[in-house]
Design a protein. Structure first.
Length: 106
């Protein structure tokens, strides 16, 4: 399993994205994050296909911090069932990963 992960979540408003990202950075649960959007999302919800404009948050972290990061996102997320997905980083610039390690909670 990779030590480093990228965690993705989507929210309806840019301010909600900022709240999640700022909380994760302040707690040292991510070392870096981006907000992308607005993006167009299509999904099943309560038996029908929905469409929404959302903002995608991408947070860089470590696998051992995932559960704490997930809990923080859920606490600050406006959705009933928030998308929170973590994917492993297979390869990365060693200098960047060293920097990330120094910025994350130990």
């Amino acid at each position: 399993m990779s030590e480093y992960i990228q965690v993705f979540t989507t929210v309806e408003k840019r301010a909600e994205a900022k709240t999640i990202i700022t909380g994760a950075l302040e707690a040292r649960l991510c070392g870096c994050a981006q907000v992308v959007g607005p993006i167009s999302s299509s999904y099943w919800w309560e038996g029908k296909i929905e469409e929404a404009e959302e903002y995608l948050c991408i947070l860089k972290s470590r696998q051992d911090l995932y559960l704490e990061l997930e809990a923080m996102i859920k606490k600050n997320h406006p959705y009933d069932v928030p998308e929170i997905l973590a994917v492993p980083v297979q390869e990365g610039n060693p200098d960047y990963l060293d920097w990330l390690t120094k910025e994350l909670k130990q």
